[in-house]
Design a protein around this ligand. Structure first.
Ligand SMILES: [Zn+2]
Length: 253
C-alpha cells in the first residue's frame, strides 16, 4: 500500500543544489507534516505540534546557514513520527511507538508490510537522494562535509536542560573537535560535546551512513529549540554556527 499520493509530492527536498561551498546540510526532522493516508496517528494537536513530531526551528536555521555557507540543503518533508530518517529501517526508533511522554497509537504494533511501506515511502528516497548528491560531489573532485542540523526540547521528561548547543560526533571527531576548539569557553552559548545526546543513543545514523562510510568530515549539531523559536533567534544561531563552521573547516583542511 502506498503512503504518499502523487499530489503530496516528493518526500525529499533539495535546496541550493548548485552551491559552491563544501558543506552539505541535512535536516532529517525538518517537518511535522503527516501523509494524508495516516491521519493524525491517533495523536492530539498538542503532540503533533511538539518536538516529538519535528525539530522546531531546525529547518529555518538550516536555510539561513545554507545561504551564508553557500551550501546545499537536503531535508525530509514529512514528520519523523512516520519515519525518522536518522534511523535505519531495523531500528524500533525509526517508527517509534512511544516518543518521550507521548504514546503514538498509529505506530503501535506495525507489521512488516506497514514498516516496509513507510521505509519505501520516506527513508529510501531520502537516503538515496543524499547518497547520490554525495557521490556526485566526490566524482566532481569536491568531497563534501556532512553537517546534520537538529533541535532539542529544553525540558525532557520534566527535567530542564542547561546545554544550549550540542556538537555531536561518532568515530570521526575531526570537525567536532575543531568546532569545540573554535567555540572556546567564553562564547555566547553553553556548547558541549555529545550532549544532550551522543552516539550511544543511536543518533549518528546519518553521519555513519553518509560521512564515515565515505571518509568525509562530519558533525551533527543540536540546538535547544527555545533559542530558535523566532526569526531573530534563528538568525543569531545560524550566523554563529556558520561562523564556527567556516573557522573549523579552514582549521582541518
Ligand atoms: Zn532531530
Amino acid at each position: 500500500m502506498g503512503i504518499l499520493t502523487g499530489e503530496e509530492g516528493d518526500p525529499v527536498a533539495l535546496e541550493n543544489g548548485v552551491a559552491r561551498g563544501p558543506v552539505v546540510l541535512v535536516c532529517e526532522h525538518a517537518s511535522r507534516l503527516l501523509p494524508k493516508a495516516l491521519g493524525t496517528l491517533g495523536l492530539t494537536e498538542e503532540a503533533l505540534e511538539s518536538h516529538i513530531a519535528w525539530d522546531p526551528g531546525a529547518l529555518a536555521v538550516s536555510r539561513l546557514m545554507a545561504q551564508s555557507l553557500d551550501a546545499t540543503l537536503v531535508f525530509q518533508r514529512f514528520s519523523r513520527l512516520v519515519y525518522d530518517c536518522n534511523r535505519p529501517p531495523e531500528s524500533p526508533a525509526a517508527m517509534p511507538e512511544k516518543s518521550e511522554v507521548f504514546a503514538v497509537p498509529g505506530n503501535a504494533g506495525l507489521d512488516q508490510a506497514a514498516r516496509d511501506a513507510r521505509t519505501q515511502a520516506l527513508y529510501l528516497p531520502f537516503r538515496d537522494r543524499l547518497s547520490g548528491l554525495v557521490k556526485s560531489r566526490i566524482a566532481e573532485g569536491r568531497a563534501p562535509v556532512i553537517v546534520t542540523m537538529h533541535s532539542f526540547t529544553p525540558v525532557y521528561f520534566g527535567k530542564p536542560r542547561a546545554v544550549e548547543i550540542g556538537i555531536l560526533h561518532d568515530a570521526d571527531t575531526r570537525l567536532a573537535d575543531a568546532m569545540l576548539a573554535a567555540a572556546g569557553s567564553a562564547g555566547p552559548f553553553d556548547i558541549r560535546r555529545n550532549e544532550p545526546y551522543g552516539p550511544e543513543d543511536g543518533v549518528t545514523h546519518t553521519l555513519r551512513e553518509h560521512g564515515l562510510a565515505n571518509g568525509l568530515a562530519n558533525v551533527m549539531i543540536e540546538v535547544r529549540n527555545d533559542l530558535v523559536k523566532d526569526e531573530a533567534g534563528q538568525r543569531v544561531v545560524a550566523d554563529y554556527l556558520a561562523g564556527l563552521l567556516k573557522k573549523s573547516l579552514s582549521a582541518i583542511q
